[in-house]
Design a protein around this ligand. Sequence first.
Ligand code: GUN
Ligand code: ZN
Length: 370
Amino acid sequence: MALQFEVLGRFNRARAARLTLPHYQCQTPLFMPVGTQGTIKGLATNQLEEIGCQIILGNTYHLALRPTTELIDELGGLHEFMNWPRALLTDSGGFQMVSLLDLAEITEEGVTFRSPVDGKPMLLTPEQSIRFQNQIGADIIMALDDVVKTTITGPRIEEAMYRTLRWIDRCIKAHEKPDTQNLFGIVQGGLDPVLRDICLRGMVDRDLPGYAIGGLAGGEDKDSFWRVVAQCTASLPEDKPRYVMGVGYPLDIVVCSALGADMYDCVYPTRTARFGTALVPAGVLKLTHNAMADDIRPIDPACACMVCKNYSRAYIHSMVTKDAMGSQLLSYHNLHYMMKLSRDLHSSILHGKFPEFVCKFLQNMVLIFT
Ligand code: GUN
Ligand code: ZN
């Protein structure tokens, strides 16, 4: 195992922990921004450090196509290639193919898809995904899983869950760098508590360094979503990190942390920035709105970020959908917001002030509903 996980404080099921990875000592709960091609769109790695990012996510599928994992390996791994000294996590690739390409077909062997580069059919097997991820060299690598949308019902959910369990053994066998890279298993099973339980037991039996809760944030209702997270966190080991994949709305992160989850990733903060939306304590602020044209206040007067210290809403409004600088400034602010949320969760749990933090968070948000 190439990680250490020490719970420093708890409030009921919520935990504040120190997660020590080969490249960085992290504090949880934490949010991981998503950089598909080895970059967080529009931000330099020194800015990401300045904002307080601890782990960045990369996608095996995108990196394997371009610039290729052989090249990344040859050039010293992804940390070196993108000049990021802190921790990295790579997702296995199956989810991206299934969600991005309708052409992907899943068989027992792996995921078959047509390459968007040259149209040739390609097969991503559990062995190949791990090989790619060993070449990329991230601190945390994810098992190849069979992902189905939670809104689907019927025998396909059960098939995908059992296949995910068969594939985890192929991933474990193929993993050549367990001393420097941590392989996380992913719990599937849709919204069915019986299937989730079988998958949970199977994954926990494999004694992996950490576990992810997969197959969520795909259009299911909040009640079902939180129920699955609560079931999984109740059964996963206390002394290992728990990662809820694809979750990035601030409210969901607060709720999942209360339920005992530790790690999150989502394109939301950076994607919504590109559409001109800023994350603020009250919810969201649309910089494209006409009312911003002569508003000289910063995005959030209470925010300590570089953007809020230097630029007005009016300035960002003037360029937001016209110049890349607009989405860069908004991405900076939005990631700063997510990192501050992570730090506030950590310290409020650590100092026994989690209920007060949650109350304040919700009271601030209520403004947008009134
Ligand atoms: N990203 C969001 N959800 C998932 C999931 O269920 N599996 C994988 N591999 N990646 C994800
Ligand atoms: Zn700001």
